[in-house]
Design a protein around this ligand. Structure first.
Ligand SMILES: *Cc1c(COP(=O)(O)O)cnc(C)c1O
Length: 453
């Protein structure tokens, strides 16, 4: 057998619909609540922030939702993305497992995020929106929305977590290259930002704070809306194109998944790969194990509480039921910036409660170690976020070896690490520390959870 096994689909195989798992779930996810009344919100409550087409997707129970032609046309720039069999890595691990990785780093921004940024920009443009605001942590989402906004002629304002703004100047330059404006958060442009700076002028920022700033600016102005890169149902929906393609590609390989693995920050690349597989199982098909992988320093699914919480620090968002560490939780510093969110997608959280998925947490140095071994066998340098999924695939491959089992492991390589080489340098220099979250900080943040019902 050849060592390079690459399963590429023709452009005509780009799926024509996204897959909505809500149609197949045994019980629907809990309602989203208005923070003032405690009552379920309706589509109109979200209208200041999102165009109606996206709100309808957010609450849809239809199994298949058509991908608009202009969105599919832009997807052709990099989709269908390749599925590889990691033969060289398998051999170096001496495992009987068959490891496949779906590579989403081929998009212009280098991750899976343009799958939804292009769709969101399209629907906003259709609705007559002029400008989108958003937040970004490590810069992956900001650059993905900057790219998509540029193609549709939308202005993009990105509130970037201050520590990343200074640590990742090249991500910022990429956003500016695509035409976006990038602001260090907390900023003096918003009430939320000014309130935080009054308390702590040195504040390094967090995703929760940046979300508050972006939401505030969108809510205050006509023709300005807000875009979120993960967590929400419509974002997960747009990502399902990943798993739908992967199912086709596994069929080309004459194989079926035994284990499906992806890292989970807000849950979108995980859902994107996993939901189409879980959907097949819910409709009576083969049921693979499905594992979400998170950082030990921000362990939402494995250590968080399943409760109603705000999506942001200033409490401007509706209340959603999710696995959360508390909206004021400050994770310790670590390199996978895209995995530092205090909450988890409500849909992914619901699936965890239904025991349809498993979750594990890893420390960052073991993830970098796995990512380096992967790069030396397969050539691709994983993003620090993706390295969590790679580490889990490695552990499963070694378990297969111990048990003498030949299982098919399918892992999402959600992005490349070309903008994160400082993290690799720090790893090689022995400067990376494994940080556990602070128990007292978690206890404090959980005590502040809003009381509901
Ligand atoms: C943003 C990001 C993630 C985490 O976000 P999810 O919504 O959980 O997918 C993972 N990998 C990469 C490469 C990212 O850019």
């Amino acid at each position: 057998m050849s060592d390079t096994l690459k399963y590429t689909l023709p452009e005509t195989a780009i799926p024509k619909t996204w897959y909505n798992i809500v149609a197949d779930l045994p019980t629907p996810p809990p309602a989203v609540l208005h923070p003032g009344t405690g009552k379920p919100i309706g589509p109109d409550d979200l209208a200041p922030l999102f165009p109606m087409a996206l709100i309808l997707q957010e609450v849809s129970t239809e199994r298949e939702i058509e991908i608009p032609r202009p969105v599919r046309d832009i997807y052709r720039l990099w989709r269908p993305s390749p599925l590889y069999r990691a033969r060289r890595w398998e051999r170096s691990l001496d495992t009987p497992a068959r490891i496949y990785y779906k590579y989403e780093g081929v998009s212009p921004a280098g991750s899976h995020k343009p799958n939804t940024s292009v769709a969101q920009a399209f629907y906003n443009k259709e609705a007559g929106v002029k400008k989108l605001t958003t937040e970004t942590g490590a810069g992956q989402w900001g650059s993905s929305l900057a790219f998509a906004g540029g193609l549709f002629g939308l202005e993009i304002d990105v509130y970037m977590v201050k520590v990343s703004y200074h640590q990742k100047p090249y991500r910022r330059a990429l956003m500016e290259t695509y035409g976006a404006r990038c602001v260090a958060s907390p900023s003096t442009e918003t009430e939320s930002g000014r309130a935080i700076l009054a308390k702590d002028p040195e504040c390094n920022g967090s995703l929760g704070i940046a979300i508050s700033e972006a939401v505030e600016m969108a809510a205050k102005q006509d023709h300005v809306k807000y875009a979120l890169g993960s967590v929400l149902n419509h974002v997960l929906l747009h990502q399902t194109i990943i798993g739908m393609e992967t199912i086709e590609q596994l069929a080309m390989a004459n194989d079926q998944a035994d284990i499906v693995i992806a890292c989970a920050g807000g849950g979108s690349n995980f859902a994107g790969l996993a939901f189409p597989f879980i959907g097949q199982a819910l409709r009576g098909g083969k049921k693979p194990r499905v594992i979400a992988v998170e950082p030990a320093a921000c362990p939402t699914l494995t250590r968080g509480r399943y409760a109603y919480d705000f999506g942001d620090t200033a409490h401007l968002t509706p209340l959603v039921k999710m696995h959360t560490l508390g909206s004021s939780f400050m994770p310790p510093g670590f390199h996978a910036g895209g995995l530092r969110y205090h909450g988890m997608s409500p849909l992914v959280s619901h699936l965890k409660e239904l025991n349809l998925i498993e979750a594990v947490a890893y420390q960052q140095t073991e993830c970098f170690k796995a990512a380096v071994a992967f790069a030396r066998s397969e050539g691709i340098v994983p993003a620090p976020e993706s390295s969590h999924a790679i580490k889990c695939a490695l552990d499963q491959a070694l378990r297969c070896k111990r048990d003498g089992k030949s299982e098919a492991i399918v892992v999402n390589l959600s992005g490349h690490g070309h903008f994160d080489m400082q993290a690799y340098s720090d790893y090689f220099a022995g400067k990376l520390q494994d940080r556990d979250y602070d128990q007292a900080e978690l206890k404090r943040a959980l005590e502040e959870l809003p009381s509901v019902g």
